[in-house]
Design a protein around this ligand. Structure first.
Ligand SMILES: NC(=O)c1ccc[n+]([C@@H]2O[C@H](COP(=O)([O-])OP(=O)(O)OC[C@H]3O[C@@H](n4cnc5c(N)ncnc54)[C@H](OP(=O)(O)O)[C@@H]3O)[C@@H](O)[C@H]2O)c1
Length: 190
């Protein structure tokens, strides 16, 4: 059994918590009111908006050393819905990894809307969580928890693939925001 800490208590936190606890693992959620409480788990999921990540890192970089840190963010410019806020040749995950050189940073969950984590399907297709990172053991650990929770997980490659995952997440968000697809749908993988 793995114990997981999730920072942030919004929609994705609840959906991911549901998946992880369904698989027999345990979750502790940290709200903004818990900033003085240290994270203790080996796996820490950052389920906050991308602009809030820098503050979490400033508060907790020391605590996150040695831990698997899961970045789920889609770093969009939510005013224009027309661009990412990270460099075109980089990613939010790469920036987080650079800020946390002693952590094992992976990207996951950014291409799956919360509703599809809860329902387990995207249309007729089982929900697949895409994972990118340079630490194979970290990706395997996370994939095992996702699969135990009833979803599919796929290792899509190195941390450098986070850029493509963020592009995919960006496109999916624009499609849902413009009502071309439902927030209960999205990209499926068969
Ligand atoms: N929703 C989706 O379907 C989806 C899909 C893929 C990826 N994502 C990504 O997942 C992340 C979370 O999205 P969400 O939809 O769950 O957003 P949300 O419902 O707005 O939840 C964000 C949570 O983060 C909390 N928070 C902000 N700063 C914090 C801090 N310093 N410490 C602790 N908690 C803090 C917020 O608290 P307050 O409410 O008090 O501000 C809120 O509970 C985002 O990066 C988003 O891009 C979302």
């Amino acid at each position: 059994m793995t114990h997981v800490n999730i920072i942030g208590a919004g929609g994705m936190s609840q959906a991911i918590s549901g998946v992880i606890t369904s698989g027999g693992h345990t979750v502790e959620v940290f709200t903004k009111a818990d900033t003085a409480k240290p994270v203790t788990a080996d796996v820490v999921i950052l389920a906050v908006p991308y602009p809030a990540v820098a503050g979490v890192i400033a508060e907790r970089a020391g605590q996150l050393a040695g831990k698997v840190v899961v970045d789920i963010t889609n770093p969009l410019d939510f005013e224009t819905f027309d661009s990412l806020t990270v460099p075109a040749d980089g990613s939010a995950t790469a920036e987080i990894a650079a800020a946390l050189p002693h952590s094992r940073v992976v990207k996951a969950f950014n291409t799956t809307f919360a509703a599809t984590l809860t329902s387990g399907v995207v249309g007729d297709t089982p929900t697949t969580v895409l994972i990118a990172g340079d630490d194979t053991d970290a990706k395997t650990l996370l994939a095992g928890m996702i699969e135990a929770g009833g979803l599919r997980a796929l290792d899509v490659g190195a941390l450098s693939r986070a850029r493509e995952l963020e592009a995919l997440g960006f496109l999916q968000l624009t499609l849902a925001a413009s009502e071309k697809i439902a927030w209960t749908g999205g990209f499926g993988l068969s």
